[in-house]
Design a protein. Sequence first.
Lengths: 226, 385
Amino acid sequence: MSTETSATLATQETKKEGLLSKKNIQILRDPLDDTNPVTVQILGVCSALAVTVQVKPALIMALGVTLVTAFSNLIISLIRNSIPNRIRIIVQLIVVAMLVTIVDQVLKAYLFDVSKKLSVFVGLIITNCIVMGRLEAFALAQKPWPSFLDGIGNGLGYGIILVVVAFVRELLGAGSVFGIKVVPQWLYDMGYVNNGLMMLPPAALFLIGIYIWWQRSRNKNLINAS
Amino acid sequence: MKIAQNLIQSVKPHFEKGGRFEKFHPAFDALETFLFVPAHTTASGVHIRDAIDLKRTMFTVIIALVPTLLFGMWNVGYQHHLAYGVQVSMMDNFLFGFWKVLPIIVVSYTVGLGVEFIFAIIRNHQVSEGYLVTGLLIPLTMPVTIPLWMVALAAIFCTVLGKEIFGGTGMNFMNPALLARAFLFFAFPAYMSGDIWTDLSSENGHSLVDAYSGATNLVTFDTDFTKVGTVSDMFWGFEQGSIGETSAFACLIGAFILIVTGIGSWQIIVSCFVGALVMGLVLNGLAPVDIPTHPMHTPAYYHWLMGGFAFGAVYMATDPVSAAHTEVGKWIYGLLIGMFTVILRVFNPAYPEGVMLSILLMNVFAPLIDHIVIEQHIKNRKKRA
């Protein structure tokens, strides 16, 4: 697992380094491809199936998750030395729940229609495996700044998949992107029909599968030895 | 034949290693072995000598499909003229259907084989023969009014996601042709269910007859089973439905060919039919007495004749790759297909064609069934030892 190796690498660091040193850039960039939370770690798939019917909710969801992972990583990393090991999960949950509540309330106040579409899935960010996974695997053993970058990276890695899947689903399923019709009327007149399968959750599974296929055929780091 | 062989031999060097078109060797190889008996021999190890290879197997299935295809073409014309109340000769009916069905077959084969050739060239393996049958099964499971671009899309979907992604012919865990149909069923429901089974292109000087109804027997029986067609109509296939599925008789001929040649497993065919009958009888016993038209009252053998059950049981469930492989497993697999089909038909009006979904479902479970059967066998042997 490259997650573990990058984590152990980071623990070995002793000397002072710049804010955007090579290692830190790597922490930020790895989750976008090599250790992508959805397609490589297979985390957070449930919400990826649920909120990707349209691009706009997917984008908002991606931003929400990015904020939550980044700041929960930061906070947990700041207090990591004072958290008793036995109750660390509870502490993590409280921090995450606080952040999710903030995100939820902001959405309700300023983007009510999107908030309604996302429904329970904003609240369910608390249980999103990516958030807890990063806290356990990274933030508890790392300094605040790399943890923060790791949170942003993982949130964005999740977001990329969400937006790509939502883009294809909305384009093929409803003929629009961001709610704007992009498939021209003459194409419908010629007999083109929107693909109803794309509106159903299984379509997201197919698309994530195809993405993984494409990713693995391109990225040689991901090929298993078996 | 001699000329063709000379031609093939003369261009062959270009496609060998180091030749000009080395990249296209899989395509060339496919054509050569399609036309002539391949000269490859197994170099080492123990192997069975047999005249039959994958290509001949596939061809036998195609021959078994011919009765349903011919009948389907005729029925397309028959249903069309019936809807307009026009009397025409048998030949006219057939020709009408022929010209409607041919484009669907052509599109299915061109697109599907095109995808196969592309994959073979990129991955540098042989073009496999699996698509010969899939390419014909796809049109037979479609309504005649299906737009051609949807057929193309379904062919691409089933070849890429149903087969090539898992490693090509012999690696697919689901029946590709059924996958194509299921894809269209969920993607474009308006074109795969409802009043779309009869080709209603306008007929000069005639209008639709008053009694015309676009509903198939499978839809009718969900509200009132006594309103379905007569048993003989359903047996011979004078009913609306997908192109190849209507005639249980044509499927029987196909089943005969498949069983006699040993290509299709008779255990699976028989157990599918038994499963449907048993489930039908059970439901008859449980049917509410106060509603005499309830679909649960449908005579069990109706399920054999309605819709695509016979077609699915004979041609789809017997797919040697996606079916169960052990002898006991085949029986379990077939019985469950038959049972699920009847359950889906009776209790879920939203999915009238239960046989498609139940075969796909059992395709997924086939490896598990095999595994359990083998484990059980090992246990039994151990007990005796």
